[in-house]
Design a protein around this ligand. Structure first.
Ligand SMILES: NC(=O)c1ccc[n+]([C@@H]2O[C@H](COP(=O)([O-])OP(=O)(O)OC[C@H]3O[C@@H](n4cnc5c(N)ncnc54)[C@H](O)[C@@H]3O)[C@@H](O)[C@H]2O)c1
Length: 414
């Protein structure tokens, strides 16, 4: 494994291996390849999600050829996983020269022979990584949220405009690919619950695992525990709860006009992020949406959306609660879990769209959902009603700019 740069010789060698065995694309061209060629994928941020979505993309026809992370253990574990999958398929292992470590090394991954990148780094880095990936003309699967502040969301929006029609750009909201959700939304839009009156949505969740260990340098500990850091994650509302707000925007075909909110820390005091939020959003036509969330040990666990209309209501849960419409035009999706297979379906759609040239562009929706979450967070942090126009139009950004340079010279790779 290389710390930082691969040497020119190693890079050329790896490129030659790639050129012989993989479906490659010249930077600047729109990828098109016969259906039996594997899409060459690079992963930026090799954690839980990078491995999970990476697996789904491999199952759908990609081959992981390059990895980028800040830490040796993440690169090693991820490499082992994808090498094993490659061996099972009779494909070559990831070349040493295509393992990239260090805050700037994602640029080298983007210069390597990869057709597409999966961006699963912490949200703070998404604008930087996405901009560079689009600039390098790579198809992108960018995890949500697209950013942690307004300025970052606008950077992603503008990069999305540059990439439109040139590369496929997916944003990690898998619910749109869950069949029960698709059918529920189709029925609501067709009038199954009448005129929408109000809605309720919540994301109640348990605590998350601490990934920093005792004795770790402070910056490394902060990055490992990014999910508990407001600047790096955007706080629980933007980082995690955003899924349910994204679904509200999808159903209402709009973003909220304003929000009032509260929240804070009461149960989980050892980290920076809040442990609960209560926000009321006002959407066009006076539709009020109540949103609640928790994230602490022992909390009730449920992720639900409920839409109340003049002819009935629709409700859906990510887990076992089911998806249904109750009222004058009832319907029940007979499913074990609302979101079952949604990641696999999204991954398959991503690969298929790249193959056929029917490029996916989910950037505008991803930006709108991120700004929706930031609006609720701002209203709650500031304890006053905040409008979409003011918050989304503010270009606000976190004051702090993270400097990762001291990590680059950290522990040596094997
Ligand atoms: N769609 C979903 O349901 C879903 C589920 C989980 C996570 N996510 C999203 O996926 C992303 C990653 O989450 P995760 O759970 O995999 O976190 P994680 O901590 O498990 O993984 C993040 C990885 O990124 C690496 N990293 C940190 N800073 C980096 C940088 N500057 N450059 C490159 N790599 C860096 C870390 O070392 C780590 O390996 C987040 O945006 C998260 O919100 C989405």
């Amino acid at each position: 494994m290389k710390s930082g740069r691969a040497t020119r010789r190693e890079f050329v060698k790896a490129s030659a291996v790639g050129a012989a065995g993989l479906a490659l694309v010249n930077p600047g061209s729109v990828y098109a390849t016969p259906a039996n060629d594997a899409l060459a994928l690079g992963i930026i941020g090799c954690g839980g999600r990078g491995n999970a979505v990476g697996r789904a993309l491999v199952a759908a026809g990609a081959r992981v050829v390059a990895l980028h992370d800040l830490f040796d253990d993440r690169l090693a574990e991820t490499r082992e996983r994808f090498d094993k999958m490659a061996e099972e398929k009779g494909q070559p292992r990831i070349a040493d020269a295509l393992l990239f470590k260090g805050p700037e090394a994602y640029r080298e991954l983007l210069a390597a022979p990869v057709d597409a990148v999966l961006i699963t780094s912490p949200p703070y880095f998404h604008p930087e990584h996405f901009e560079a990936a689009v600039e390098a003309r790579k198809h992108c699967y960018l995890e949500k949220p697209v950013a942690t502040d307004v300025q970052g969301a606008r950077r992603v929006e503008s990069a999305g405009r540059k990439g439109a029609g040139k590369v496929s750009m997916a944003v990690g909201f898998q619910s749109h690919f869950a069949e029960p959700y698709q059918e529920m939304v189709r029925r609501i839009h067709a009038g199954a619950i009448g005129e929408l009156v109000c809605a309720q949505t919540y994301y109640y969740a348990d605590d998350l695992k601490r990934k920093a260990t005792p004795g770790m340098p402070a910056l490394e500990a902060r990055v490992r525990n990014w999910v508990f850091d407001r600047v790096l994650s955007g706080d629980i509302l933007v980082e995690q709860n955003i899924h349910v707000l994204d679904i509200v925007n999808w159903v209402l075909r709009a973003h909220p006009l304003s929000a009032v909110g509260t929240g804070g820390k009461k149960a989980r005091l050892d980290v920076d992020t809040w442990d609960h939020y209560n926000v009321t959003y006002t959407y066009p036509h006076g539709v009020h949406v109540s949103f609640n969330s928790t994230q602490f040990k022992g909390s009730y666990d449920s992720k639900t959306q409920r839409f109340f209309g003049t002819k009935g209501y629709a409700e859906a849960s990510f887990g076992k609660g089911g998806v249904r419409i109750v009222g004058e035009d009832p319907w029940e999706a007979v499913v074990e879990e609302g979101l079952k297979d949604s990641v696999a379906r999204k991954a398959a759609a991503f690969i298929e769209n790249v193959r056929t040239g029917n490029l996916l562009n989910e950037v505008a929706g991803g930006v709108e959902s991120t700004l929706t979450a930031i609006l609720g967070r701002t209203a709650a942090y500031e304890g006053e009603e905040r409008t979409w126009d003011k918050v989304a139009g503010s270009n606000a950004r976190w004051k702090e700019k993270l400097d990762l340079r001291s990590l680059a010279t950290g522990r040596r790779t094997s």
